[in-house]
Design a protein around this ligand. Structure first.
Ligand SMILES: *[C@@H]1O[C@H](CO)[C@@H](O)[C@H](O)[C@H]1NC(C)=O
Ligand SMILES: *[C@@H]1O[C@H](CO)[C@@H](O)[C@H](O)[C@H]1NC(C)=O
Ligand SMILES: *[C@@H]1O[C@H](CO)[C@@H](O)[C@H](O)[C@H]1NC(C)=O
Length: 281
């Protein structure tokens, strides 16, 4: 009798362990419940996310409260990329970037779109309202970079002064460099393929933006006319561990710093509103 009870206990324990393992390893899709204010940019987080996201983050993450300007200069400024959480309080600016506020205040303004290829050489003008209502669609993998229209930069700072003046620039600076802000709004699946330029910061205001970076001496293999999405789907899975990029997905209230001439590519895994602060001598 005792032996039977012990055996039952044992079986029960094994069953519980088995269930625990099954529940634990069940793959959750990379997708979140709509729990935070999304600025009205997504009808549904899961739908917008396209499984392009990843929890992988191999870039150092610091909290702005624990990072002094001296540490920033010593550890990162000319040396490596870093993600800074809670950079500044940009709640007022964020509010102005909600879908209905942008449409109400700036819908009729002309914006200049760029083609999303490495050398972004084509431009086209349209109204913000037309862009939001007709062009801000998920980009399929087979769309070429030069055939995707993307709003980033080429901002008219006079017309947008009311909104842009609300943005608190990153608190960290590079001696001898001046910050210049660029504003963007882009659909899920869009992104800019690998390229480099001077140093700067980029912050996500709404949405999710996945970043891929390499130091200047590691030239990535990529086709400058193809989109980041197609690179992610076709080339990235074949990379050896050694040739994988530094990467992380930025969420609202996270800021990435990239030093001078670092290669980087971006991919909006949700419709995103974002700001870059380029630092020029
Ligand atoms: C985009 O680039 C491809 C070559 O990679 C070219 O065949 C195509 O015509 C280009 N599209 C546009 C709109 O320029
Ligand atoms: C910016 O907007 C102002 C006011 O509408 C306009 O006068 C100016 O020409 C625009 N600047 C550019 C570079 O388009
Ligand atoms: C990546 O690997 C797959 C499977 O081995 C292969 O079919 C594909 O051609 C490779 N892609 C590239 C770009 O090398």
């Amino acid at each position: 009798m005792e032996a039977t009870v012990a055996m039952l206990h044992c079986l029960l324990l094994i069953l519980l362990l088995f269930l625990a393992v099954v529940i634990h390893t069940k793959e959750e899709p990379y997708c979140e419940k709509r729990s935070v204010d999304d600025g009205e940019w997504h009808s549904d987080w899961c739908e917008g996310d396209l499984q392009l996201g990843s929890e992988r983050c191999n870039i150092e993450v610091r909290d702005s409260c624990d990072l002094t300007q001296e540490q920033f200069l010593e550890e990162y400024a000319r040396r490596k990329t870093v993600i800074i959480r809670h950079p500044r309080d940009n709640d007022l600016f964020r509010d102005g970037c909600k879908r209905h506020n942008l449409l109400k205040n700036y819908g009729s303004k002309i914006i200049r779109l760029s083609s999303a290829n490495t050398y972004s050489y084509k431009k086209v003008d349209t109204t913000l309202e037309h862009y939001i209502n007709h062009l801000l669609n998920v980009q399929p993998s087979d769309t070429l970079g030069n055939e995707t229209w993307y709003w980033f930069g080429d901002n008219n700072h006079t017309e947008w002064e009311g909104l842009f003046s609300l943005y608190q620039l990153p608190a960290f600076h590079l001696p001898g460099h001046e910050p210049a802000m660029s504003f963007g709004l882009a659909a899920s699946g869009t992104g800019v393929p690998f390229h480099f330029h001077g140093p700067g910061f980029a912050e996500v205001i709404f949405g999710r933006k996945r970043w891929f970076l390499y130091p200047p001496d590691h030239v990535p293999a990529w086709d400058p006319d193809k989109s980041t999405r197609s690179w992610l789907e076709e080339e990235y899975p074949n990379l050896s561990e050694d040739s994988k990029p530094l990467e992380c997905t930025l969420r609202p209230g996270e800021l990435i710093y990239f030093p001078d001439r670092w290669w980087h590519a971006t991919l909006n895994t949700q419709t995103s509103v974002f700001v870059s602060t380029f630092l020029s001598p």
